[in-house]
Design a protein around this ligand. Structure first.
Ligand code: ZN
Length: 339
């Protein structure tokens, strides 16, 4: 079954930033390093995408693969690495030319920075005597066009947010609430594609909220403000496709696929936490033990069995996560004031 939202999304909302970026990566050869990767052992397109920090949909395109499953046993995969992105660092300085009626407050709001920062960068300028044509110096996150997660997840912003589109194994429910940093989106898409490759009948996960296009408050969430948070459905046993969030139980929770999805992402070292209901954690714990994880292996991964308020565990309890999980990714290299 295909979620209708995907098709609406795919045709109606061409994300301008994504389009520009893919043009860059195809047009300008000098900034792109091409690597040929031999798929071996347990690897999938998804794990290769995670390893090289590229997008799995792009990876398919570079190799002219129609589906995920064609990659098995074919020639080395071509992987294009955008050198410019990986080297780009601090915010680019921007010059703002003062227009009639501008105040520091307007300018700060326009560029998504704080008034105190505008003051600090322009110490010789008197905010009460701004003159038309005068130049102000600003250091704007994402001025070079790359997505930037700025500040805290519960009070931050998102610059140049990338719109998450449907991809193998993922259905996006509401495009206006599905913006994230490139890495957030790449990681979720890669992990879902990896599950699809291993279990071709796996259902699609429904993506609830990420962040708004420019981040900031988004009801009813407290976090989800800086492009590093996402809510998704769990995998349901028997490959049942869920139209929306639904409470899970021991009968319906697919420990194998959920564990695999979480572990794939946690192994990148870029997951801060995953909120999973404590009772569902118990199912993950039992499953992980059954495939050979020791108690001490699991200490760092799961809060279970130390109680709902127990310390530690990347996978941990928070109220309201029986029908979906919430994942928060770590700050990326290009993110700023990120906490
Ligand atoms: Zn959430």
């Amino acid at each position: 079954m295909v979620w209708v939202g995907c098709w609406v999304m795919a045709f109606a909302v061409p994300a301008t930033i994504t389009a520009e970026e893919s043009q860059n990566s195809e047009g300008d050869d000098e900034d792109v390093e091409i690597i040929y990767h031999e798929l071996n052992g347990d690897e999938t397109l998804g794990t290769v995408a995670l390893e090289y920090e590229v997008n799995v949909t792009e990876l398919k395109k570079w190799n002219e693969l129609e589906s995920l499953y064609e990659a098995n046993g074919v020639e080395p995969l071509e992987v294009r690495i955008d050198k410019e992105t990986s080297n780009s660092t601090s915010p680019r300085p921007v010059v703002h030319v003062v227009r009639r009626g501008d105040t520091f407050e307007d300018i700060a709001r326009q560029y998504g920075v704080r008034i105190s920062q505008v003051r600090r960068w322009n110490q010789n300028v008197d905010p009460r005597r701004l003159q038309i044509g005068q130049q102000l110096h600003l250091h704007v996150p994402g001025a070079d066009g790359h997505p930037v997660s700025w500040g805290r997840a519960n009070s931050g912003r998102l610059f140049n947010g990338i719109s998450m589109e449907c991809s193998p194994g993922l259905t996006v429910r509401n495009e206006s609430r599905s913006y994230g940093t490139q890495r957030t989106i790449d990681m979720l898409q890669a992990a879902a594609a990896d599950v699809q490759e291993r279990w071709p009948d796996a259902p699609e996960l429904v993506v609830g909220s990420l962040s708004l296009r420019q981040g900031g408050p988004m009801r009813p969430h407290r976090s989800h403000q800086s492009g590093r948070d996402a809510d998704l459905t769990y995998y349901h046993r028997g490959n049942v496709e869920l139209p929306d969030f639904r409470d899970m139980s021991a009968e319906t929770f697919d420990a194998v696929k959920n564990w695999h999805f979480f572990k794939t992402l946690i192994d990148t070292g870029e997951v801060q936490f995953i909120f999973v209901d404590y009772e569902l954690q118990a199912i993950l714990y039992e499953y992980a033990r059954s495939i050979g994880y020791t108690e001490s292996d699991l200490e760092e991964l799961l809060q279970y069995p130390r109680g709902r308020r127990g310390a530690g565990g990347i996978i941990r309890h928070a109220r309201g996560h029986q029908n979906h999980f919430h994942i928060r990714f770590e700050c990326g290299d290009l993110d700023q004031n990120c906490q």
